[in-house]
Design a protein around this ligand. Structure first.
Ligand SMILES: NC(=O)c1ccc[n+]([C@@H]2O[C@H](COP(=O)([O-])OP(=O)(O)OC[C@H]3O[C@@H](n4cnc5c(N)ncnc54)[C@H](OP(=O)(O)O)[C@@H]3O)[C@@H](O)[C@H]2O)c1
Length: 333
């Protein structure tokens, strides 16, 4: 029987989440694709770490074998860092494979080139999981921009920072204690620099900025402040006056110029991001037709992120693969 064959690059938190979602929702995926969806290959770096191997799935450290396999139509990428992820996806696109990535560090640097290359080779490229985890923000913005103009975005884009600020306010924790808790719960990396110094939010803001405005400010001139200098005293003082400190990433188009800013800010109860707590993320947009719109939800984690990637996969199946005649819709009576 014909199958739709996919590969997963990277098999950590996100890669395993993608494997689980693809395996646990076979019936739904078959309805969409018209044929079974099968994981044929998983690319890893350290084979000694991966003992539980699924039957019929090839675990390999050899990227060339993924590239050279003509049966693989779609590649999910969940590796950390710019390289080799960028080179791998570039080669996959040139080989005519559709690609889906969760890798924000790579995509904020190379997203524009990869999108252009995908258009040139007429393949799909999904990157919803790069920004705000399970919140379908990229596809929502692409949909909105057909008619609306988005003038301003204010967002909480880093779940670890939001968790730390919430814990400091609710439990009176010091910054260091709240960070330790975030690490023990698996929210923060062992090296939390990107989260607490604002760089992770900056990566995601760059991806949003390019998508919304199709241009970028001079990022070297943009203020990027994290939460590492926030004291328990400052949080308590703000709370006493009914306010909350939130780490807010912001872009706006004002008089033809794009401005951006990433910093902790005090917000009052009326602010749309005031109620976003714990590891959640949220994006508040000002649009010219709908008006104000806020999306919120889990910003990271295996299943929210895998969900965003598999939603991208379904979009690619519907938009590209049905037109190519590679898959068909199952007709139900
Ligand atoms: N975790 C989240 O909640 C989340 C949310 C949104 C986006 N993301 C993004 O998703 C990506 C993956 O994150 P993660 O949390 O799943 O990371 P992770 O748990 O550290 O897993 C990374 C995986 O990539 C593999 N890998 C690293 N270098 C490789 C190489 N050169 N060739 C092949 N495989 C390689 C590793 O292989 P070994 O296992 O063999 O070492 C590992 O399986 C990152 O770009 C991250 O920013 C993560």
């Amino acid at each position: 029987m014909k199958k739709l064959s996919v590969a997963i690059l990277g098999f950590g938190t996100v890669g395993q989440g993608v494997r689980d979602v693809l395996c646990n929702h076979q019936d739904r995926l078959k309805e969409i694709a018209g044929i079974p969806v099968e994981i044929s290959t998983i690319l890893i770096k350290h084979p000694e770490k991966h003992h539980t191997k699924a039957p019929h799935v090839r675990f390999t450290t050899d990227f060339q074998s993924v590239l050279d396999d003509p049966a693989i139509d779609v590649v999910f990428e969940a590796i950390v860092g710019k390289e080799p992820a960028y080179s791998y996806l570039r080669q996959c696109i040139i080989a005519g494979k559709h690609v889906i990535t969760a890798n924000k560090e790579m995509f904020q640097a190379h997203g524009q080139e990869l999108k252009q290359l995908a258009a040139e080779y007429d393949v799909g490229i999904g990157f919803d999981a790069t920004t705000a985890g399970g919140i379908p923000i990229i596809q929502t913005i692409q949909h909105l921009l057909q008619v609306n103009k988005i003038n301003r975005v204010q967002a909480i884009l880093n779940g670890t920072s939001n968790y730390i600020l919430t814990d400091m306010r609710e439990n009176g924790s010091t910054f260091d204690d709240a960070l330790l808790k975030a690490q023990s719960l698996g929210y923060a990396e062992s090296d939390p620099t990107n989260d607490i110094e604002g760089y992770d939010a900056l990566y995601k803001l760059k991806i949003l900025c390019e998508l919304i405005f199709d241009e970028q400010p001079v990022w070297e001139h943009v203020k990027c402040v994290g939460i590492s200098q926030i004291s328990a005293k400052a949080i308590k003082q703000e709370a006493a006056s009914g306010n909350r400190i939130k780490h807010i990433a912001e872009i706006a188009l004002t008089e033809g110029a794009i401005t951006a800013n990433i910093a902790p800010k005090s917000v009052s109860a009326e602010h749309p991001l005031y109620a976003i707590e714990g590891v959640n993320n949220a994006i508040h947009m000002k649009t010219d037709i709908i008006g104000d719109l806020t999306l919120s939800g889990p910003g990271a984690g295996a299943f929210p992120t895998a969900s965003a990637m598999v939603e991208d996969f379904c979009h690619i199946v519907n938009k590209h693969m049905k037109a190519e005649g590679k898959v068909t819709t199952i007709a139900y009576s």
